[in-house]
Design a binder for this molecule. Structure first.
Ligand code: IYR
Length: 228
């Protein structure tokens, strides 16, 4: 029987089932566990100043494995995580990204968009693409030779990236969710085929000593949750 896990054009007729083994959390502990996770995640911040301190062995691999546990449409798992650590490759990435960003900030972005970004102080310069010890470029994998048609691709990849950021954060690392636009240059920089569409560029590393972040606030629960 074909047991290819939906990764080819020939899906299996039906998956066999196995008992579900969720982690056991006593009901009286659930609130504490949820709150502890919140307190950890609330300290995650997008960082733009990275140190060159190397990453501990194995963390990137565990983070990508974690991301790859995300739910996906029809279990197609339509993601590719390209991990760039080679300095020469990251220099190419920076050069190409900055060329796009110069166009974005100088020409393409509307005044409204630039005004929305102004409080963050971002500009076309992307030194973090070289200073961070690793950059993960996340691709959506669309239908191509040897890859099946995915469903809910953006949703699936977005959830995977959420898990990736959460895993890296709880390992003590900082990330930046960078979105150069347009992104097609990333196929060439990362040697990926056209059915793979770049979606996120994520520098990973330790924050620089004394790194500062904007004093932004998250919305209150009442602003984001509606009870019916
Ligand atoms: N991609 C550009 C611009 C940018 C857009 C948004 I929306 C941000 O939240 C931050 C930056 C850049 O990376 O600078």
């Amino acid at each position: 029987m074909d047991r290819t896990n939906g990764l080819t054009d020939e899906p299996p007729a039906a998956y066999p089932t196995v008992p579900h083994r969720p982690p056991h959390v006593p009901a009286e502990e659930a609130g504490n566990r949820a709150r502890a996770f919140h307190d950890l995640m609330a300290r995650r911040r997008t960082v733009r100043d990275f140190s060159a301190r190397p990453l501990p062995d194995g963390v990137l691999e565990w983070a990508v494995r974690t991301a790859a546990t995300a739910p996906s449409g029809a279990n197609v798992q339509p993601w590719r995580f390209v991990v760039l650590t080679d300095p020469e490759r990251r220099a190419r990435l920076r050069e190409a990204a900055e060329a796009e960003e110069r166009e974005f900030y100088g020409r393409r972005a509307s005044d409204e968009w630039l005004a929305a970004l102004a409080p963050l102080g971002t500009d076309w310069r992307k030194p973090f693409l070289e200073t961070a010890p690793a950059v993960i470029v996340v691709f959506e994998v669309h239908k191509g030779p040897g890859t099946p048609r995915p469903y809910y691709t953006k949703e699936s990849v977005g959830i995977a990236v959420g898990l990736l950021l959460a895993c890296l954060h709880q390992a003590g690392l900082a990330t930046l969710t960078h979105t150069p636009s347009p992104m097609r240059f990333l196929n060439e920089v990362c040697d990926r085929p056209p059915e793979e569409r770049p979606a996120y560029v994520i520098p990973v590393g330790y924050p620089a000593d004394g790194a500062r972040v904007p004093d932004i606030r998250r919305k209150d629960l009442e602003q984001v949750m509606v009870r019916l």
